[in-house]
Design a protein around this ligand. Structure first.
Ligand code: DON
Length: 563
């Protein structure tokens, strides 16, 4: 090429591609036969391996669930709980697996109140009393037995190997151990498992070996759920509880059951929404919000412009207000699911929304929605047309930070999701009342929203997110971005998000929400507050014959992979 052409091409290249200023455009991962999207790469790859061997989405999901307990200890777990939504192509069945933790039998309504009747947050969030009876092992085993095709032994193989032989510490794991070291170092066992003898987390690239956890997982591999809820592991948990003044007994563990429930379902602009029923509030309010929004034709306005953000924020507010009143464990209280998710009720509520200005929430002291929390979501789809959407958690990152000696099992602090005192916000600023008061063996209310959206009976979108109270609105925006704004899954995920949870009376926005929108919202009377990232969704969509997976870059280290 002569030099004139070379310089001309260089100038054109700089003009059109503007490499100095260009931002990388995120791309979804494309595959045809199956896909896993999770928060951690070894777990994603373990799931893909199962799919490649001919396993179905449930096989892969259970494998991912156990693997994350080893490789993503801040939220992956066997000492916590969660929810799974399954779509089985055969028979066009949708199933919800509820493996939420339960209050121990000895729990009492006022157990977190101090002598003046105020909530002792440290007791509710960071103590041995914050631990709910774990549900993860029961839930994953139940899902596999009923809807999977591989053995439990196969599902646990990668988790056991990674725990026993170790895996290289990633920068994300080291950072999070450093960030949460204060809580973790208080537990002798967590210190032993996650920190070197000098009290520092292992350096990036060093192997993290979890021999005790490997042994506990081996027990489950040999004995099924009894390997956790009875026998050696259970004994270690209850002995530790007794010594530390915790409430969980042998009977609490042996009587724990995961439950198969009917998912909560709705319809939004021709798509079927299948999501988690109570004891999560996620599905109910997701569908309620979508029903209300159907009255406003969001797609007529540009995404994240003032009008749709205002209407969505007002809608979220109405739903979270209902959440505080009507939601709790359906085994204990009558939750009006049909009423809350009816089109008629939503139409009525939609009339309360003033298109020009915000309607202030009632005054109640706000919580602190800025703390960092952790939960993790993964989505799986297989070549047979099945899909799994799973969100599980220890509540805070590393839960209580407390590990059970000799097991490597981190314990959740899920008891804080109960309403310790009516009207007093929990760690997510969420207000609850009697419906969500502590009772023995009751499940605490959740916001986790694992969701599958179907089009003509087939999975169109599998999604979910961590984020505490912000989970519902994150999942909502993935749905409106894909359905209303026709975005591909990468754009739908990376697009800036906003959130309103009724109390505090505020629209939380990620800083990339357009300035014009923030200014206009303020003029409409909203308090607009910039916040750190909202949620972290790991989703799969099916377009034509292909699956597109995308892991949210808001939290590093995740991976979408397929084949
Ligand atoms: O069940 C719930 O709603 C909470 N325990 C979830 C916690 C959470 O999402 C923290 N993650 N970022």
């Amino acid at each position: 090429m002569n030099s004139k052409y070379f310089y001309l091409s260089l100038i054109l290249f700089l003009i059109f591609l503007n490499p100095l200023e260009s931002k990388e455009i995120p791309q979804a991962v494309k595959s045809q036969k199956g896909m896993v999207v999770s928060a951690e790469k070894y777990a994603t790859l373990a799931g893909v391996e199962v799919l490649k061997e001919g396993g179905n989405a449930v096989d892969a999901a259970v494998t991912v669930g156990f693997t994350l307990a080893v490789t993503f200890p801040r939220a992956g777990n066997i000492g916590g709980g969660g929810f799974m939504i399954i779509h089985m192509n055969e028979g066009n069945k949708n199933i919800a697996v509820d493996y939420r933790e339960k209050a121990p039998k000895a729990a009492t309504r006022d157990m977190f109140l101090d002598k003046d009747g105020n909530v002792d947050n440290d007791k509710a969030r960071n103590s041995i009393l914050s631990v709910g009876v774990p549900g993860t092992v029961a839930g994953l085993v139940l899902a596999l037995e009923n809807y999977g095709t591989i053995s439990l032994k196969r599902a646990l193989k990668p988790a056991i190997e990674l725990a026993k032989n170790g895996f290289p510490v990633t920068p994300e794991l080291m950072d999070s151990l450093l960030y949460f070291e204060k809580g973790l170092l208080k537990s002798k066992e967590s210190k032993k498992v996650f920190f070197s003898s000098n009290g520092k987390p292992p350096p990036v690239g060093d192997l993290l070996v979890q021999k005790d956890l490997a042994r506990a997982l081996k027990q489950i591999s040999k004995k099924g759920r009894n390997g956790f809820y009875k026998g050696k592991v259970a004994k270690k948990i209850t002995r530790f509880m007794k010594k530390e003044g915790g409430l969980i007994t042998k009977e609490d563990l042996s009587s724990y059951e995961a439950v198969i429930r009917e998912p909560v379902t709705g319809n939004y602009r021709g798509f079927d929404i299948v999501s988690m029923p109570p004891p999560s509030s996620g599905g109910v309010h997701l569908i309620q919000i979508l029903n209300i929004l159907e009255n406003f034709d969001l797609y007529k306005y540009p995404q994240n412009s003032p009008q749709p953000v205002h209407i969505m924020a007002e809608t979220m507010k109405l739903a979270y207000a209902d959440r505080s009143k009507y939601l709790g464990d359906p085994d204990f209280v009558k939750v009006p699911v049909d009423e809350l998710t009816s089109k008629k009720y939503s139409k009525k509520l939609s009339k309360n929304i003033n298109k020009q200005k915000t309607t202030p929430s009632i005054e109640v002291s706000p919580g602190n929605p800025y703390e960092s929390f952790d939960t993790t979501h993964f989505s799986v789809i297989d070549k047979y047309g099945n899909a799994v959407s799973n969100t599980y958690t220890l509540n805070f990152p590393y839960g209580t930070g407390i590990s059970v000696p000799g097991t490597g099992i981190l314990l959740n602090n899920e008891m804080d999701d109960f309403s310790a005192k009516p009207g007093t916000p929990n760690a997510y600023g969420l207000i609850g009342n009697e419906y969500n008061a502590i009772e023995p063996e009751k499940r605490m209310l959740s916001s986790m929203t694992p969701t599958i959206v179907l089009k003509d009976g087939n999975p169109f979108l599998v999604t979910g997110s961590p984020g505490g109270s912000r989970i519902i609105t994150t999942v909502l925006q993935i749905i409106t971005n894909t359905i209303d704004y026709k975005m591909d899954i990468a754009e739908a995920t990376t697009s800036p998000r906003f959130h309103n949870q009724w109390l505090p009376d505020m629209v939380f926005v990620e800083k990339e929400i357009p300035t014009g929108t923030k200014e206009k919202l303020t003029k409409m009377g909203h308090s607009v507050k910039e916040t750190k990232s909202l949620g972290s969704a790991h989703s799969i969509t099916k377009v034509g014959n292909y699956y597109y997976g995308f892991s949210d870059p808001r939290r590093a280290g995740s991976l979408a992979a397929g084949f």
